[in-house]
Ligand binder design. Structure first.
Ligand code: FE
Length: 285
């Protein structure tokens, strides 16, 4: 048994994407800022409609999965398969682009706060060309677990074990075996969570600061920073100074070459050229 340490900090950068949505990008801001199989993590958070109202009009993806998790606000997903997902506060959508999807993600509000995350998870070579799939996860499908060290965890994927037993999230059975939990700690709160040995893991602090690691090597992670964890089979995280909220993510690394061109993520340059050509000639999906 070994406790994971905070190994590397990736400061998020303010940027914009889609038709002009302001966001903070931690993973994915450069090719070296990835945590295999995680390719990208964006946080969008604003009370100003100018920062989000233009949304993400119709665009393609191939070769990976996108996971959108909303804290506040209301977003509508529509895709070429006819899926229509109304994303509400506390809800998520898990979209497997596979060989191709063309979709839009548009805010459904003209005022108020829009806040949430989009995570990109790579697919193994053997699954990059599988048919696209889409799952809308309603807020009530995501279980909330009271933590023994105070606070609560919402379990989107993987499981959290407390004295009463394991609580599993709605997303299971993927080859990367992701753990995706959203944790809220009160001042002085503490989380001790199992993270499968051999899996990559990182923490994204989005409110308040954290201390991460075993008693002999506690390091601080500030809000809007991603902290990459070292090897180990568990992690200990405390609220450093007042209450804190963060995401804890882990998954089985793929160890395959990653070649990205915008919304296409494949294993080789030739596969990227194929994706661009397929999209141009309406063969992507
Ligand atoms: Fe998209």
């Amino acid at each position: 048994m070994s406790s994971r340490r905070l190994q590397q900090i990736i400061h998020s950068l303010a940027t914009s994407d889609g038709a002009g949505v302001s966001l903070r990008r931690s993973l994915g801001q450069s090719q070296s800022a990835r945590v295999d199989p995680f390719l990208m993590l964006d946080e969008f958070s604003s009370d100003d409609p100018d920062d989000y109202i233009a949304g993400f009009p119709s665009h393609p993806h191939r070769g990976f999965e996108t996971v959108t998790y909303m804290l506040d606000g209301h977003m509508l997903h529509e895709d070429h398969l006819g899926n229509r997902g109304d994303l509400l506060p506390g809800g998520a959508q898990w979209m497997t682009a596979g060989r191709g999807i063309i979709h839009s993600e548009m805010p459904q509000q003209e005022s108020g706060r829009m806040r949430g995350f989009q995570l990109w998870i790579n697919l193994p070579a053997a699954e990059k060309m599988k048919p696209a799939a889409y799952r809308d996860i309603r807020p009530e499908e995501i279980p909330s677990v009271a933590l023994p060290g105070g606070g609560e965890a919402r379990v989107i994927a993987g499981s959290v074990t407390v004295d009463a037993g394991a609580v599993s999230g709605p997303v299971q059975g993927l080859s990367t075996e992701p753990l995706y939990i959203d944790v809220r700690l009160p001042a002085g709160g503490h989380l001790a969570q199992a993270v499968a040995a051999g899996h990559s893991a990182f923490v994204y602090a989005y409110e308040g600061s954290l201390t991460i690691g075993p008693a002999d090597d506690r390091r601080e992670l500030a809000a809007q920073d991603a902290g990459v964890l070292s090897a180990g089979d568990r992690v200990e995280i405390s609220a450093a100074d007042g209450p804190a909220r963060f995401l804890l993510l882990a998954a089985r690394p793929l160890g395959e070459p990653v070649v990205q061109h915008g919304p296409f993520v494949m294993n080789s340059r030739a596969e990227i050229e194929q994706a661009i050509d397929d999209y141009r000639h309406n063969r992507l999906v």
